[in-house]
Design a binder for this molecule. Structure first.
Ligand code: NAP
Length: 284
């Protein structure tokens, strides 16, 4: 008997790639179909619809996005098309099947931290705004799921997608990184994220979930952690404060609680520090 097909969009990116790599272990009941830009441009709605009718996937995990905040600020029209309209289009095509959309902790303004799924959103930049609007489109359908994740560490196929890859490359070039001591997130390793998403898919409990490491860390603390891991590389860091920062608005504390998702998982959502300690030889 042939297996049902699962589309993974953004298959060449950090999270999509990891979902594909981990599928044989965590989702052996699915035939995985990686959807990269080479397969189809998700903004070409006619082409996407044609492929959908041809392949009739029974699950879509939608990781494709304009995922860099700066790119979205400089091209808000393309951010809207990619992050909102292409998501809404895929969600409509997949109206009768499970659909998982990746959103971000940056939907919050970061004024209070410790956010739950029931807290009000207040996006401060174009990227976050497109995520909020895409969430609304996706959650119109009670079969569909939104997963808000935080900073994902790990290795991407192109070597330039994750924040850890960005930091490492900057240090390798001899750059000094200014890291905020008072901006907080819940970093998570991408392998943890992929495992949790597959578990959520197999549980078939749609809705809105936070998916982040259980430890809240400042940018500075994250830098310290990675510098230990990458020793003896010279990690140049400058501790800075948001109070002295001048630039586009930033969310100071977008720490999120993932208790809703944790309650349906049978393994802990490790924070980045714990994950690295448990996996001392894994690349990050
Ligand atoms: N990684 C994180 O720390 C993090 C944190 C919070 C939320 N998220 C969200 O999680 C999702 C996955 O993140 P990620 O880090 O895996 O992103 P990523 O590494 O940037 O990958 C996104 C992928 O989407 C593809 N893509 C973009 N536009 C496309 C289009 N029109 N047609 C087809 N493919 C297209 C990109 O292809 P090209 O390279 O050709 O553009 C890229 O391979 C995103 O929605 C992101 O916003 C990620």
């Amino acid at each position: 008997m042939s297996l049902p097909t699962a589309w993974i969009t953004g298959a060449g990116g950090l999270i999509g790639h990891q979902l594909i790599q981990s599928a044989p272990q965590f989702a052996p009941g699915w035939r995985i179909r990686p959807i990269t830009r080479d397969v189809v441009d998700l903004c070409n709605f006619a082409a996407v619809e044609g492929l959908f009718r041809e392949e009739t996937p029974r699950l879509i995990i939608h990781c494709a996005a304009m995922s860099r905040v700066g790119d979205c600020e400089s091209n808000p029209g393309l951010a809207e098309l990619t992050n909102v309209r292409a998501t809404a289009h895929l969600s409509c095509l997949g109206a009768d099947i499970p659909f998982v959309f990746f959103s971000s902790d940056l939907v919050f303004d970061g004024a209070k931290g410790g956010y739950l799924e029931t807290d009000a959103v207040n996006p401060l930049n174009v990227y976050a705004d497109t995520k909020v609007r895409a969430e609304v489109e996706v959650l119109r359908n009670p079969l569909h799921t939104v997963v808000r994740t935080s900073l994902n560490a790990g290795v991407s196929p192109t070597g330039n997608r994750s924040f850890t890859e960005d930091m490492r490359r900057a240090w390798e070039r001899g750059q000094t990184l200014s890291l905020f001591t008072d901006e907080f997130r819940n970093p998570i390793h991408v392998k943890m994220t992929a495992r949790a998403v597959w578990a959520l898919v197999l549980k078939n409990q749609p809705g809105l979930y936070h998916l982040a490491g259980r430890e809240e860390m400042s940018r500075w603390e994250i830098g310290q952690l990675l510098a230990q891991r990458w020793s003896p590389m010279e990690a140049r860091m400058l501790a800075t404060s948001l109070r002295d920062y001048q630039g586009p608005r930033r969310s100071p504390d977008t720490s999120v609680r993932s208790a809703k998702l944790q309650a349906i998982l049978d393994f802990p959502l490790l924070g980045l520090r714990e994950w690295l300690a448990a996996n001392p030889h894994e690349p990050v």
